[in-house]
Design a protein around this ligand. Structure first.
Ligand SMILES: [Zn+2]
Length: 288
């Protein structure tokens, strides 16, 4: 705990404030500069309870439309929230959680599948490039972009390498020709062994080899949940919202094939509360 003004660690508890939406909030005082402050737990100055906000996140990312969410709130909460408020939470919190979850190292298997999905931003074609570990089903990295250039692919491949270290030996993609160079360059040539540090496999659906099954199933799930809207209003908005789906897939939803959440197999993180959205937001704020 440090002073939010002078960064001194010499702080003490200094009373509490009782709020309508967030209950009792501990106040602190800096013994060095005298500044009084509260710790932002992710819900600082929010006019709605963390419970209500995270309920909306959970409904939205499990595929309930904003209009339907409002109908639910209307029935269960005395003060309904505007469409805009709910939308702002959906954009705000995945970013906060993502800044934390993206720092976790991923204990992946040796094979990862990478693919793209087509979306629309303001009516224009865009791409969601994503990746899944074939064993833990963890979505290791994803990136939303207006283009699908080598640079865009590299963002994802570099991030996979950063998070998984030297665990990945095989990356499987579709036949899109920009992948091969990006993957090989990112992993590099092994002089000792006289080969690349990675094997790049491609599967060509049109040649009847079938699609990459695990990523295909992931895409079906994401499509199922994103069919509730026609397109994104900006790349920034799309990045937050798609991050929300990634978080939902990795940390919230129990994966049928592995009978648990992918993060339980792929990371050292252990979530213990029923409301995992809330737990993740608090963890993210603590580590920020
Ligand atoms: Zn201070």
């Amino acid at each position: 705990m440090e002073c939010s003004k002078c960064k001194s660690k010499n702080v003490k508890k200094n009373g509490a404030r009782i709020t309508d939406n967030r209950g009792r909030i501990q106040r602190f005082k800096c013994k060095d500069c005298g500044f009084r402050f509260v710790k932002d737990d992710g819900f600082f100055r929010m006019r709605n309870s963390p419970q209500k906000i995270t309920l909306c996140l959970n409904m939205y990312f499990s595929g309930v439309s904003l209009r339907k969410i409002q109908e639910h709130l209307n029935a269960f909460y005395p003060h309904n929230s505007s469409h805009e408020s709910i939308h702002s939470w959906i954009e705000k919190y995945p970013k906060i959680i993502g800044d934390f979850t993206d720092t976790l190292s991923v204990n992946s298997s040796s094979e990862i599948e990478v693919d793209e999905m087509e979306y629309k931003t303001k009516g224009r074609q865009s791409w969601f490039i994503d990746s899944i570990d074939t064993e833990t089903r963890f979505m290791v990295s994803s990136f939303y972009s207006k283009t699908r250039t080598s640079k865009d692919l590299r963002t994802v491949i570099k991030d996979i390498r950063k998070k998984t270290g030297d665990k990945v030996k095989v990356i499987t993609t579709d036949a899109y020709n920009a992948y091969d160079d990006v993957i090989k360059r990112t992993y590099g040539w092994n002089l000792k062994k006289g080969r690349y540090n990675i094997i790049h496999k491609t599967r060509n659906a049109s040649r009847g080899e079938g699609f990459n099954h695990k990523i295909e199933r992931l895409h079906n799930n994401i499509r199922e949940r994103t069919k509730i809207f026609r397109g994104f209003k900006s790349v920034e908005s799309a990045r937050s919202i798609m991050k929300g789906y990634e978080i939902y897939h990795n940390f919230i939803r129990r994966h049928q094939a592995i009978r648990r959440c992918p993060y339980e197999l792929a990371t050292d993180l252990r979530l213990t509360e029923n409301n995992k959205w809330l737990e993740l937001i608090r963890l993210a704020k603590k580590s920020a």
